[in-house]
Design a protein around this ligand. Structure first.
Ligand code: CUA
Length: 264
């Protein structure tokens, strides 16, 4: 059988194209190391998210070594937490779920992207090498303010990263002669105990120090007893410092007598 030369050429070109198409699809699936989100993350009842250990207090947690977990809850039209901070040279596994409708968790400028479906937990593990800042956005239409649904991802140098948080309870006012307390709760989301010193500077004279050990994934409250007689009446600025974190406010010491400006 005689095949026309042109026919042969087109046959050859078609074969090359077919092989080429299969090669590009194969490369796209395997070559760049892109992993698809599957059902590894498991499922969750969207109505009981607040009772879930992982999602009731979402955020970044240290797992061990340079591994971290980040739990995120999406809902119209925000992410909780909206800002995620992780250290460079870390591996972070994200667990994202939705409280209401389908959203996405898309980190702009990277290949990090997943749909977030109510009832499902999307799990993805990402390696962060270099410090940087990225925008997070929702690319699944989720209602009137879909376009405002955004977050932020910060990758910070390792020495700027920790998972210590302070929350201080202090009275705004105290009576002269009474003792008052300033309580600071230090929380630690690292996988090891935090041994540090809590310092309270108040007024011109008082500086109180207390050693504190905060257990891994736990918190500890430090109680500072403040002597108002030492301070005297007036406004006194105070600052609590723990492990490089600070909280400050003002304590007003008033005269014990009603009315304030007696003859004390
Ligand atoms: Cu959430 Cu669009």
């Amino acid at each position: 059988m005689n095949i026309h030369t042109y026919e042969k050429t087109w046959l050859a070109v078609s074969m090359v194209l077919i092989v080429g198409f299969i090669a590009t699809v194969t490369y796209g699936a395997v070559g760049p190391g892109i992993a698809m989100i599957d059902d590894d993350g498991g499922s969750i009842d969207p109505d009981t998210i607040n009772d879930d250990e992982r999602f009731s207090d979402p955020g970044v947690t240290h797992v061990g070594g340079n591994e971290y977990e980040a739990a995120v809850v999406a809902q119209a039209w925000t992410y909780t937490p909206s800002e995620i901070t992780v250290p460079a040279n870390s591996t972070v596994t994200f667990y994202v779920t939705s409280r209401d409708v389908t959203h996405s968790y898309t980190v702009a400028g990277t290949n990090m992207n997943t749909m977030v479906v109510p009832g499902q937990i999307s799990e993805m593990t990402v390696e962060f090498d270099e410090p940087g800042e990225y925008g997070i956005l929702c690319n699944e239409y989720c209602g009137a303010y879909h376009h405002t649904m955004e977050g932020k991802l910060n990758v910070v140098p390792q020495d700027e990263f920790d998972l210590t948080e302070l929350s201080t309870e202090a009275p705004g006012e105290a009576q002269l002669g009474n003792q008052t307390t300033i309580n600071t709760t230090v929380s630690n989301d690292m996988n090891y105990d935090l041994e540090t010193t809590a310092t309270l500077d108040i007024g011109d004279q008082q500086s109180l120090e207390q050693d504190v050990t905060v257990p891994a994934h736990g918190s500890e409250t430090v109680e500072f007893a403040v002597d108002t007689t030492d301070l005297g009446t007036g406004d006194h600025d105070w600052t609590v410092t723990v492990d490089g974190h600070e909280e400050s406010d003002t304590l007003t010491v008033t005269n014990a007598t009603e009315g304030g400006d007696g003859d004390a």
